[in-house]
Design a protein around this ligand. Sequence first.
Ligand code: MN
Ligand code: MN
Length: 304
Amino acid sequence: MKARPPSEEAVKKLIEAGRIASRVREAVKKYVREGMPIIDVCEFVESSIRERGGEPAFPCNVSINEVAAHSTSPPGDVRTIPEGSVVKVDIGVHVDGYVVDTAVTTCFNADWEPLVLAAEEALKEAVKLLRPGVSSSELGFRIQRAIESKGLKPVSNLTGHQVGRYLIHAGKALPNVAHSFGFKIELGEVYAVEPFVTTADAVGKVKTGREVTIFRFQRRKPLKGVDERELLDYIERRFRTLPFAERWLLNAMPKGRYEEAFRKLLSSKCLFSYPIFVEASGKRVAQAEHTVLIVENGCLILTE
Ligand code: MN
Ligand code: MN
């Protein structure tokens, strides 16, 4: 089934979400410093989004060095931004469920700056190419070439993706490398485009890590405990199908009851867990990301 192009109302909300996301991204780029508690970065991003009239579409991701994605602060996180690190801050904003997704990499060691520049340039190149009728495989090829021409490597198993209402990953994926069986980009589609770059000596793939700090509602199920039922209701009502952090549940119920209820929701598979993604050979990773709306003669960068 083909998705209908977004209505005028939906486009307005996407543009508003994009405006909020790009401002918050530029603000956090200046805010993040070595030695700073990671939880401060997450809370800065999430409260800035709310102050500007949006809602976080997912917990602020702060993924460091070889961690490519899906890391946020758990409650009471004491970790800090390491010296000399490569820090990816990934930001999601929604307005009435209309989602944009954008990321920036900050680098505290000049040695890794080329990774950041290559990710940004590959993103620029991709955005220039995006228009109705372009094939995803041509796009992947151009991203790959932009990165490899700098003597670096794309992370081949992380992709861009379509976004939908209350959905971060909807429909089609946009590989960052050339691929067969591609598809054509169509008018009215909304995509998050996100090249990930690592060093030439890296494996160039991510694997899942042990840490899990991001979750989302997955399914309803008959549950025995009152607390589990209450917590699942709260999650579904508040976040629907969007990812959340445990930090966002702390006011749902008293701590003593919460911990057991949350554990049971996880073991009953009512919740989905996102493990972190780590570069398989432990090499550093940089990322750049924009969300774009495909229009007649190109694309509108919602998060510019
Ligand atoms: Mn993102
Ligand atoms: Mn994304």
